[in-house]
Design a protein around this ligand. Structure first.
Ligand code: 2P0
Length: 322
């Protein structure tokens, strides 16, 4: 029996991943860029137990059945194939962020699972290989392997689609917890519907590829205003795209929209603050660390806030036998 424990944090994209080019390999239609948070870690322990007849998933102390367990099983199959093992495992995971509420719990979840499973099954993977492995569990998890700011290269095959660190200015993210409930349409289903039904999808792909190039250049130059502007525009384009599906999907709530308006008002007062939101109503405001308290005070009547600085990449905490 071997056991390993790993920890990973969610990441928030400044330039979003929305749409797959290859669902089997989980290759994205475009590259994306993110900041890994230093809050809301997921901690996962994988215990390889020869003799067990199927993989078990325990999330927050509750044994999971159905799709979540099957998704983990398919992921462990990749690790088993790579390691030449047929042994099943018990996976215990603890999220400190609400699951499936658009706060990237699948990013931290599959990044932690990739690290723990690779270590438990005896695979010696470098950061790039871990990012490729995590990608196959959940696309955004490829970026949570990396500390701080990351670009996930779209790539054109399994080997070339991975995340790596990029330089960026000092930034904070103020996370506004508008709604902690599980979202009604998963990202995976919403992405599929977007690709199949949105008339705007081709324009999203071309504009996002350009936004990514611009964002990487702005980040390398330390230009917070330019990087923030690209971030807010890209987020609103993604939500417009999602709303253009048939049947339509709308993740932003009236409170989310009000926070976007407050951020515009903050900019009018000279504070460099920019809003983004993922597949849910929660809003994340990007700013200089010195402005984070001002940003939080401007929105804390609308939602609870948590402020994050750039956080660490996936860490293996423990392996037995070592
Ligand atoms: C992102 N999101 O770039 C975008 C923005 C949500 C909105 O990546 O199907 O859970 O597992 O690859 O990674 C959410 O999608 O999707 C996501 P799968 P994932 O962060």
């Amino acid at each position: 029996m071997t056991r390993a424990t790993a920890r990973a944090h969610p990441n928030i994209a400044l330039v979003k991943y929305w749409g797959k080019r290859d669902a089997a390999l989980n290759l994205p239609a475009t590259g994306s860029m993110s900041m890994t948070l230093d809050v809301f870690p997921t901690t996962t322990t994988v215990t390889v137990e020869p003799g067990r007849d199927r993989d078990e998933l325990v999330l927050g102390g509750v044994v999971q059945q159905g799709v979540p367990r099957e998704r983990v099983e398919r992921f462990l199959d990749l690790v088993r194939t790579a390691s030449g093992s047929s042994a099943r495992a018990r996976v215990e995971t603890e999220n400190t962020v609400p699951s499936a509420a658009g706060l990237a719990s699948s990013a931290s979840g599959f990044a932690a699972l990739a690290g723990a499973a690779a270590a438990a099954y005896g695979l010696d993977l470098d950061e790039r290989a871990l990012s490729r492995l995590a990608r196959q569990g959940s696309g955004s998890a490829s970026r949570s392997i990396i500390s701080g700011f990351a670009v996930w290269h779209a790539g054109d095959d399994d080997a070339s689609s991975f995340a790596e660190a990029v330089p960026a200015p000092e930034l904070a993210m103020v996370v506004a917890m508008v709604d902690r409930r599980e979202k009604s349409v998963s990202s995976r289903e919403a992405m599929r519907r977007t690709v199949d039904t949105s008339p705007f999808y081709p324009a999203w792909i071309t504009s996002t590829a350009r936004s990514l190039e611009d964002a990487l250049a702005a980040a390398a130059a330390g230009d917070v205003e330019r990087l923030g502007g690209i971030t807010e525009t890209n987020a609103l384009r993604m939500h417009a795209l999602i709303q253009s599906c048939d049947p339509p999907i709308r993740y932003l709530s009236p409170v989310s929209v009000e926070i976007f308006d407050r951020v515009v008002a903050l900019r009018a007062e000279g504070v460099a603050a920019f809003a983004t939101a993922d597949a849910g109503p929660n809003v994340v405001v990007i700013c200089r660390p010195a402005d984070a308290a001002t940003v939080a005070a401007a929105i804390d009547d609308l939602a609870d806030t948590v402020t994050s600085l750039p956080g660490p990449g996936m860490q293996v905490l423990d392996r037995v036998p070592a």
